[in-house]
Design a protein around this ligand. Structure first.
Ligand code: GDP
Length: 296
């Protein structure tokens, strides 16, 4: 397992450690296992399916902990496998426009920098747009990343019109042959109506310049928020449309089990995971790897 993901397993392992020491998986133990799986944010559907599989497997002659974990990882991977989809740059005409959305603090800005770095490594021309005009700090932070990465950035004044910034950015990106335009957006969920209007306007402007844009609407989720990620997906789906997910901060103690519940519920592609604060700390989403990390 990649170092960054190792610790994601700790919580479920803790929860299950005692249970798996039992002689056999009787009903009470299976109940406890199911509860532990739900407590790990896996969601009731997957938890129930794992329970069924464990019942079928009949651990009559003692509980083989390793076999139990294999069953779990297997069921989790079945859910995550179909949604593991890297972000591809394949839109024509260029540029491919990627809107990045998410609540403040989720790791949105850092993820934009990581994605820019990834696309640069793949030899694409990248441009950033500072569409979060609400926070001066957000504009400044994105500028710093753009300088570090050596990519052009389009910004507007603080409190200015986000759609205007995006309009300018698409014009410039088109004129200069940019392949990928990554757009930061405001993450003020506190004022849902305003955010919705703003993102709708950004989408309208984009659509007028290129009917296929935005090509991707990537929602950034913070693994440490656990179950909360589900309601964020729900809200941002309504506010902005979401085409895919990135989960950050999987290098901490958070386990990312909620991605299983999210995959069950929404079936949205999961593009990548963040495992640290530097631009190299973005990994393509690997269903088997996360499944093994969650199952321990
Ligand atoms: P934004 O407000 O959503 O734009 O969030 P930022 O990109 O500014 O990130 C908020 C904090 O989380 C910063 O301190 C980042 O360095 C940190 N961060 C972002 N992604 C990750 C990650 O994958 N792992 C860790 N450990 N920290 C992260």
């Amino acid at each position: 397992l990649a170092n960054g993901l190792k610790r994601t397993s700790s919580k479920l392992t803790d929860n299950l450690g005692g249970l798996l020491g039992s002689d056999r998986l009787d009903k009470a133990t299976l109940d406890d296992v199911e509860d532990a799986l739900i407590a790990s944010d896996l969601g009731p559907t997957t938890a129930a399916r794992i329970r069924d599989r464990l019942t079928d497997a009949r651990f009559d002659r003692g509980v083989d902990e390793k076999a139990v974990r294999v069953v779990m990882a297997d069921e989790i991977a079945k859910v995550l496998g179909p949604v593991a989809k890297p972000l591809r740059i394949d839109a024509f005409p260029r540029p491919q426009v990627i809107l990045v959305i998410g609540v403040n603090g989720s790791g949105k800005t850092t993820t934009i920098a990581k994605l820019a770095h990834l696309f640069l490594e793949q030899d694409y021309g990248v441009m950033l747009a500072a569409g979060d005009t609400f926070r001066a700090a957000a504009i400044g932070q994105l500028k710093v990343w753009a300088e570090r990465l050596g990519v052009p950035i389009v910004t507007g004044p603080e409190g200015g019109d986000a759609a205007g910034v995006v309009f300018d950015a698409v014009k410039q990106a088109t004129a200069t042959g940019i392949d990928v335009l990554i757009v930061d957006t405001a993450g003020r969920l506190q004022n849902k109506r305003e955010l919705m209007d703003e993102l709708a306007k950004v989408r309208r402007v984009l659509g007028r310049l290129n009917p296929a844009a935005p090509h991707d609407v990537v929602l950034v989720l913070d693994a440490t928020t656990g179950q909360n990620a589900l309601s964020q997906i729900e809200i941002f789906k309504e506010v902005a449309g979401v085409t895919g997910l990135v989960m950050t901060k999987l290098d901490g103690s958070a386990r990312g089990g909620v991605l299983v519940a999210a995959a069950e519920k929404f079936g949205l592609p999961i593009h990548a995971v963040g495992v640290g604060e530097t631009i190299d700390d973005l990994r393509p989403f690997d269903a088997n790897e996360l499944a093994r990390a969650i199952a321990g």
